[in-house]
Design a protein around this ligand. Structure first.
Ligand SMILES: *[C@@H]1O[C@H](CO)[C@@H](O)[C@H](O)[C@H]1NC(C)=O
Ligand SMILES: *[C@@H]1O[C@H](CO)[C@@H](O)[C@H](O)[C@H]1NC(C)=O
Ligand SMILES: *[C@@H]1O[C@H](CO)[C@@H](O)[C@H](O)[C@H]1NC(C)=O
Ligand SMILES: *[C@@H]1O[C@H](CO)[C@@H](O)[C@H](O)[C@H]1NC(C)=O
Length: 452
């Protein structure tokens, strides 16, 4: 991974969580996942397989669905979509960030997640947080979506991850409605998203500068020489020579020895992982409670034929291996320049609550940009600040900072969290998610005084 070449900033795993109330029959029994290799016995059911959209064109969506442990029929449904574009939600998001299992360090098994988005139920007064999880890996997602009517009812060529996700939701909504199934979207939560490229890219450099990763000189030059309004997602980004030189210097200063998705985490060395796997069959490297080598463990696990078989995946024997992110679908780089605020505005105008949260250690899509962009959106909607910017608490500690606009739009940071919020601060992420799910506000008080 090259450190700051802006190419790096392209892999953005924005996350969209949509919670809906669905009253529907169970999933097809053929999709029941009996047991995943290396998995412990569990009391809930899992399903995986394809939803076929157009067999002739080869368009199918892969999904992975986990039922709630208790009374799954009465629980709301959460749809989780990774961004990228082109990154896997099912095997990536579900098996790294928030599902019930994650791969072990030997590449061959699964550990049961005991904390948090999945099953930290004590804290939740009996509510299972991830009530259900449907996830959609990459393959064939985009063509399917873009052949359908999108959010606003027009055929859209937008293919940024967020637009795609919204379109998918809309498509699902249409399909469910056609089947006479009630499908009410209760809310949308988005984590560390690219919303407006000019602001978000600038924010990456503000983050580097404020975290001591680049010199004052380079920071000043970038801020004065780079006009990010003209920035294009596609390399070489349509920037001036002076700006590009400064960005190159920034890259040299940051180096590739930094985890851009979490400034605080140590990195996983591929060279060491591969050796360890050979010698010890173990590749785990813990840093601040996070296994930073998970990507390699995941890569091994999901390419095992028995795992693919158990998940009913890869039924057409694709001639390439599974990877977390893929550009097989020819995502349009130009579309990444699309400003997502109008889309979010339409969502809010449909009275759907929107939460946007930022892991505050992420330098790829730093909160510095997201916070500003959400404020712009609130201004555009003429929203009043309904809860002023301030701390929220979790377990008597600051979980992050939050602000609420118009009683429907919330921005929150998660303190100490990476780009993948739930993976790095699971307990705080669970608190945030369950608060969102219940339509509550994050607690801005704690029950203990600082001084007697
Ligand atoms: C590239 O930048 C110039 C100004 O420097 C601007 O006029 C042009 O529209 C930009 N191109 C794109 C594709 O954004
Ligand atoms: C699909 O299965 C084939 C073997 O039949 C394997 O070689 C290939 O890597 C798999 N592809 C994916 C995307 O997992
Ligand atoms: C993507 O582009 C490549 C090269 O232009 C082409 O061969 C391939 O068929 C395209 N894939 C899709 C899914 O359109
Ligand atoms: C705390 O949150 C409540 C709403 O939940 C709000 O009315 C109040 O102004 C907030 N207090 C501070 C100090 O921000």
């Amino acid at each position: 991974m090259a450190a700051v070449s802006l190419r790096n900033v392209v892999v953005v795993m924005a996350v969209v969580l949509v919670t809906v109330q669905v009253f529907a029959q169970g999933y097809p029994e053929a999709d029941l996942v009996v047991r995943l290799p290396g998995q412990l016995k569990v009391a809930f059911r899992q399903y995986a397989g394809y939803v076929d959209l157009d067999m002739n064109a080869g368009r199918s969506l892969f999904y992975y669905f986990v039922e709630a442990e208790e009374h799954p029929d009465t629980k709301p449904l959460t749809l989780w979509l990774n961004g990228g574009p082109g990154c896997s939600s099912g095997c990536g998001g579900a098996f790294t960030e928030l599902g019930p299992f994650y791969p072990t360090g030997d590449g061959g098994g699964l550990r049961h997640r005991t904390c948090c988005l999945w099953s930290d139920r004590l804290e939740l007064d009996g509510l299972t947080p991830t009530e259900a999880l449907i996830t959609t890996p990459v393959t064939s997602l985009l063509p399917a979506i873009c052949s359908c009517s999108c959010w606003d009812g027009s055929t859209s060529s937008q293919s940024s991850s967020l637009a795609t996700s919204f379109s998918l939701v809309k498509t699902m909504q249409l399909q469910f409605t056609l089947k006479g199934v009630q499908f009410n979207i209760k809310g949308i939560a988005i984590g560390n998203p690219f919303l407006k490229l000019d602001r978000d890219v600038r924010a990456a450099f503000e983050f580097f500068w404020s975290h001591g990763m680049i010199s004052d000189e380079v920071g000043h030059t970038i801020m004065s020489q780079c006009d990010f309004l003209d920035y294009t997602y596609i390399y070489p980004h349509n920037l001036s020579v002076a700006c590009n030189d400064a960005i190159r210097e920034a890259g040299n200063s940051i180096t590739e020895y930094v985890n851009n998705y979490d400034f605080l985490l140590d990195i996983c060395y591929p060279s060491i992982v591969l050796k360890e796997l050979r010698l010890k069959q173990m590749a785990t490297k813990m840093s601040m409670g996070v296994d930073v080598c998970m990507t390699y463990e995941r890569q091994l696990y999901f390419n095992l034929p028995e795992v693919q078989m158990a998940l009913h995946a890869n039924r057409t024997h694709l001639p390439y291996s599974w990877s977390m992110c893929s550009n097989l679908l020819n995502y349009s780089g130009i579309d990444a320049n699309i400003n997502m605020l109008p889309t979010l505005k339409r969502v809010i105008q449909n009275k759907i609550p929107v939460w946007i949260f930022s892991g505050d250690q992420d330098s790829v899509v730093p909160f510095l940009g997201t916070r500003t962009v959400v404020r712009e959106l609130a201004n555009d909607l003429n929203f009043k600040t309904t809860v002023p910017y301030g701390v929220w608490f979790h377990k008597r500690q600051v979980g992050g900072w939050a602000i609420d606009y118009g009683n429907i739009l919330t921005f929150a940071t998660v303190r100490g969290a990476a780009h993948a919020v739930a993976n790095t601060q699971p307990s705080r992420a669970l608190h945030l998610f369950s608060t969102f799910l219940r339509g509550h506000r994050l607690p801005n008080k704690t029950d203990i005084a600082m001084h007697d």
